[in-house]
Design a binder for this molecule. Sequence first.
Ligand code: ASP
Ligand code: MG
Length: 438
Amino acid sequence: MKIMKFGGTSVGRPERMHRVAELVIAQQEPVLLVLSALSGTTNALVAIGESLSLGKKEEAKDRIAVLQQHYHDFVRGLLQQDNNLLEADQILSEHFGLLDMICQVSYSEALNRDILAQGELLSTKLFCVYLREIGVNHVFLNALDFMCIDENDEPRLDAIRHGLSPSLHTGVGKLFVTQGYICRNAKGEVDNLKRGGSDYTASLLATAVNASVCEIWTDIDGMHNNDPRIVDRTRPVEQLSFEEAAELAYFGAKILHPASIWPAQQANVPVRLLNTMEPGAAGTLITERSLGRGVKAVAAKDGIWAIRIKSSRMLLAYGFLRKVFEVFEKYRTPIDMVTTSEVAVSVTIDSDAHLSEILTELGSFSAVEVDADQCIVSVVGQEIGRENGVLQDLLRSIGMIPVRMISHGGSPHNISLLVDAGRKKELLQQLNQGLFGL
Ligand code: ASP
Ligand code: MG
C-alpha cells in the first residue's frame, strides 16, 4: 500500500480535484489517500474562529457565508449529475450548519478546533462524491476514528495503527480516502496536528501501515536548493536523506511540515515530493542514505528571537548551562541554536509566548539581552561539517553581512547562521551564488 497526500492547492479547484482522481486511479497498488482542505479554507476557518473569540458574531457569520458560497460554486464545477450535486449540497448543509450552530453558543478553544476540522472533512467528502460520480470504488475513512494524540500533543502511533487496521482489512477496496491534519486529543476532543499538519498525518499513516512509499503532492516540483519565493534561480534537489530533509523542513523549507520526517524515517518508508501540476517531474526522493556529497540546500526560518545570557559572577561555572536550559524547559520553549563563549551563552527561540517570563527568570541570575526579528539560515548537506572547503565557501559567500550567531559542529549535516531578518534575502542570494553557482 502507498500513501498519497495532496495539499490544499492540489484540490483547491474542481479541475485539480479531477486531476487528483486521475492520478490516484492510475495506481497499481492500494492507495491510502490523505487530503488537505481546499486552499484558503483553513485560513478562512481560522478567521471565523478569531471573530468568534472576539465576540464578533456578525463578522463570523459573514465569513461563513462567503466560504459557503465558495463551496457552492466549487461543487458545481466538480460534479455534473443532479443526484451527486444534491448529495454534495447535503454535505455542505451539514458542515456549514454546524458552523452556524457554533456561532450560537459561547466560544471555547475546543469549539474552535471543531471549526478548524471542517475543511478536511469537506474536501474528502466532496472528493468521494466525485469518485462515485465517475464510478470508482473507494472507502471513506474518518480520521477522527483513528488519528489521536496524547496529553503532550504527541501522536499515539500504536493506537493509530490499531484503530486503522480493521478498516483496511475489510477487503472491500484498494482506495481509501481520509483527512490530513485532524485528530482527537487525550480528552477525546477534536484537535489537529497544527498548521500544515497533513504532511505529518501522511507520514504517521505511512508508518502505521508500513507503506511502500509516502508521496507528498504539492504545487512545486520537490524541495529546492534555496527558497524559490526569495531567490530567482533555484532548482529541485533530486535526493535527500531523512536527516537532511528533517533539517531543511525544520529550518524553514515550507514544502514539508517539520515533524513529517521522523515517522517515515522510523519505519524506513521512502518519502517522495511530487508536483500535481507536473506529475512526470522527478521531484525529490527522501531515503535513509544521502546520495551525493556537498551542500544540498539552504533554508531560512524567520520569526526568531536571540537571547544573550551573561553570567555575571559565576562565569561559565558548571551548573550555569543547566540553570539556563531549565528555564526554557520550564516554559516548554524549545531552543534552536546555541553558541557559547567563556562568559556568555546565546540561544534562539521561535516563539515569544513565554518570553517575558523567561527573561525575568534568566535575569535573576544573569544579564540578559534580546534581539527580535532574527532569521536562521541553515546550510544543509550530508557531512558538510566535516568536508574541506565548505566552511570557507560559506564564509566567503557571507561577505559583509553581519552574522549574529554561527553554529557549526552540532549536527555534521548542518551549518546555521543567525542574521537580522532584513538581511535574509541578500544572504540567500549570495549563498545561492557562492555555494551553488546559481
Ligand atoms: N489544512 C491545514 C492547513 O492549511 C493542514 C494542511 O493543509 O496541511 O494548515
Ligand atoms: Mg503543506
